[in-house]
Design a protein around this ligand. Structure first.
Ligand SMILES: [Zn+2]
Length: 337
């Protein structure tokens, strides 16, 4: 049976804990594993406060092109001060969810990381939402394993000859009944996950049928649900559906936080807390600091407002840290070979 890298890590941790207890050691036990950023490997100690679903920049609304061809000077003028702002609010790490053909440019991400001190994680995968307009033609022609090979190769050799490795696999489903191409890409994602250990972060939103289909396919491949993130899960009106998935091990990404809905977020999080499920929650804004050159779609409400309001409304520092640091670490970590 396939054993996911996270289960292996858990097993290693348990073994380590047991052996530490046996030998009466006092040191903290490091759970091991790493996350690949655009500047190399990150360990658990250096992850820090993390936003798990943002877009540093994207071409959403434009044509699908592998080379996004950004106006670099304008992009830097807009994005660098913004990343410095969120850094000053305490954010250390940002997961960038813009895929190839949708505006991914890992060289620019690295320059932005170098100039601001923000750790940036990029991705491999294709974006199957927006009626598949950002899915490249090759995905329709190639087989599941040929598509998976493209993503596995990005992990093994790096992206665009930079040596920069993806830190996760980003995929997406449209609304409605899951399309053939979205399912094909998801299955390719599972194959790539099995080869690399990279977690699947899948834009699913309020599409419980697509979520169920994904969970069924993961089960078919014997992949544990803690390798899968239900992205944009905040769009599901019924928390019960999300809690059921969380109880089975899925990560629930409530990634639409903004100033206007902070109180709704806190009420929702109180429900998850009551059910002892804060350990399944990822928080983010789905913001964008350069949406095809337009004005910033902010991603600073969490450090600027949510954290403080959570702590004045009964959330302990450990619980806040769980959602913004420990959970992202657990969700995305892979074994360093
Ligand atoms: Zn997004």
């Amino acid at each position: 049976m396939y054993v996911s890298p996270k289960l292996q890590i858990t097993a290693i941790c348990l073994l380590t804990i047991v052996s530490c207890q046996l030998s009466q050691m006092q040191e903290d036990v490091s759970p091991g594993g790493i996350i690949h950023s655009v500047n190399g490997k990150i360990d658990q100690q250096s992850l820090g406060l993390t936003l798990s679903h943002e877009h540093i920049m994207s071409n959403f609304g434009g044509e699908a092109h592998y080379d996004p061809n950004y106006d670099q000077a304008r992009l830097f003028n807009q994005v660098i001060p913004y990343l410095r702002k969120i850094r000053s609010l305490g954010i250390i790490t940002v997961f960038d969810c813009t895929t190839a053909y949708f505006g991914r440019d890992v060289r620019l991400l690295k320059e932005l990381s170098d100039s601001t001190g923000i750790q940036i994680i990029t991705n491999t995968g294709f974006y199957g939402a927006a009626k598949d307009r950002y899915v490249p033609a090759l995905a329709f022609e190639k087989s599941i394993s040929e598509i998976a090979d493209i993503w596995i190769s990005e992990f093994e050799k790096g992206i665009d000859n930079t040596g920069i490795k993806p830190g996760f696999i980003k995929l997406a489903f449209d609304d409605g009944s899951p399309s053939e191409i979205d399912l094909k890409l998801f299955e390719a994602g599972i194959v790539a996950h099995i080869a690399t250990g990279l977690t699947l972060a899948v834009h699913t939103g309020n599409n419980s049928a697509a979520a169920q289909k994904q969970m069924d396919l993961l089960e078919k491949y014997n992949v544990a649900l803690n390798n899968w993130i239900w992205v944009h899960a905040h769009k599901v009106p019924d928390d019960k559906i999300l809690m059921d998935a969380a109880e089975k091990g899925a990560w629930i990404s409530l990634d639409g936080c903004k100033s206007e809905n902070i109180q709704d977020y806190i009420s929702r999080l109180q429900q998850f807390k009551k059910n002892d499920l804060l350990g399944s929650i990822l928080l983010s804004h789905d913001g964008n600091s350069f949406p095809r050159g337009k004005a910033i779609r902010p991603y600073h409400a969490i450090p600027e407002e949510l954290i403080e309001k959570l702590s004045t409304q009964g959330f302990k520092a450990e619980e806040i840290n769980l959602m913004l640091e420990q959970n992202p670490w657990q969700a995305f970590t892979v074994i360093d070979p």
